[in-house]
Write a protein that binds this ligand. Structure first.
Ligand code: TXA
Ligand code: MG
Length: 324
């Protein structure tokens, strides 16, 4: 963890420095028109894991990927005619669209919490746009506050919560909108409201001449992180296993049992590394175990990122239910 957080000016030098830090995998808070975002390279598993660690988030909720332009959007996601109309009307701006992720898109699975959809936004703030252009790729960015605290709308707010936990903050003054972006699921024919935010639903309906549907509780997209069996491997998953049985695919953490072969979230017992590898290794364990197979997971300490890892593993092990 960086010991001190650099305060960067929103000039050419500060933006170049922020972009260099971000490209190297470090975390930098940036101003957007809604709130300050805690940005990390969306394609870098470790940077994304570090976002959850810095915020002390107890769950791997999927994050919004911020992009510079429509060319980047179409590299990552499939756009329905509805999504194109929304993008043309409101981007750049305080609107986030949940879209179908393109297979092979350069987005860390931790960003989408393993979903096949991705939340994208083109921010309007000139400093955010300058940083995105300089980075040349997507930035995952939740609000730049510790989990459970108030969203930051100034660089001072960011520092009050995250000083010493992130590499830098670009001071772009106060955020004009002051609340998070409106989130719409735009994967289907009708937009579904997932979160109220800086762009009023009335404006969307007025400009596009259509109705925005209310989110339906229990629908797959309404709360992806909350579904108990969301992203479960096909086989049975057993947790807190100190010694796997012969027919189980072993997902270890820390020192591997002598003689046991298997996958390991982090041989050195590093929780950020384990978070960065979690979805990759769940996929791999799923592939090795197959539909009728069994997966055994080593105990992961319930501290820091370990809580989010255990939350996710608990969902993977839960009895299967709900839409898949
Ligand atoms: O204004 C904003 O949106 C700020 C600034 C920094 O851009 N960002 C922000 O990000 O609020 P975050 O990570 O705090 O909010 C992400 C929201 C969560 O409620 C999450 O459930 C939803 O987006 N989300 C992300 N990916 C999703 C997906 N694939 N399907 C449904 N919801 C998704
Ligand atoms: Mg937030």
């Amino acid at each position: 963890m960086p010991a001190s957080t650099q305060i960067l000016q929103p000039d050419a030098e500060g933006i170049a420095r922020a972009a260099a830090l971000l490209r190297a995998g470090a975390l930098v808070a940036i101003p957007t028109e809604t709130v300050y975002g805690l940005a990390g390279d969306a394609a870098n598993d470790h940077a994304v894991a570090a976002i959850f660690a810095a915020k002390d988030r107890p769950r791997f909720n999927p994050l919004i990927v911020h992009l510079a332009d429509m060319a980047q959007v179409t590299e990552i996601a499939r756009l329905s005619p509805l999504a194109r109309a929304l993008a043309a009307a409101f981007w750049p701006g305080p609107l986030t669209l949940v879209l179908r992720l393109k297979p092979g898109a350069r987005v860390a699975p931790l960003v989408t919490a393993g979903l096949d959809t991705v939340a994208l936004r083109l921010p309007a703030h000139p400093v955010a746009r300058a940083v995105l252009a300089a980075v040349g790729g997507g930035l995952a960015a939740p609000s730049a506050n510790p989990s459970g605290r108030i969203s930051p709308v100034s660089a001072a707010h960011v520092l009050a919560g995250l000083e010493g936990r992130i590499a830098g903050v670009v001071d772009g003054g106060d955020c004009a909108v002051g609340v998070e972006s409106t989130i719409l699921d735009a994967t289907g024919a009708v937009p579904i409201l997932l979160r109220e935010g800086g762009l009023p639903v009335e404006r969307i309906e007025e400009v596009l001449g259509l109705k925005v549907a209310a989110r339906q509780d229990g629908a797959l997209l309404s709360a992806p992180g909350q579904l108990a069996s969301h992203y479960a491997p096909r086989g049975a998953v057993r947790l807190e296993v100190a010694r796997p049985e012969k027919d189980e695919v072993w997902l270890g953490f820390g020192k591997i049992l002598s003689g046991s072969e298997g996958l390991n979230l982090s041989p050195s017992g590093d929780l950020t590394e384990a978070a960065a590898r979690l979805f990759h290794l769940l996929h791999e364990a799923d592939a090795r175990a197959g539909a009728g197979g069994r997966i055994a997971v080593a105990p992961v300490p319930e501290v820091g990122l370990g809580r989010a890892i255990n939350d996710r593993l608990g969902r993977a092990a839960a009895p299967r239910e709900g839409p898949k």
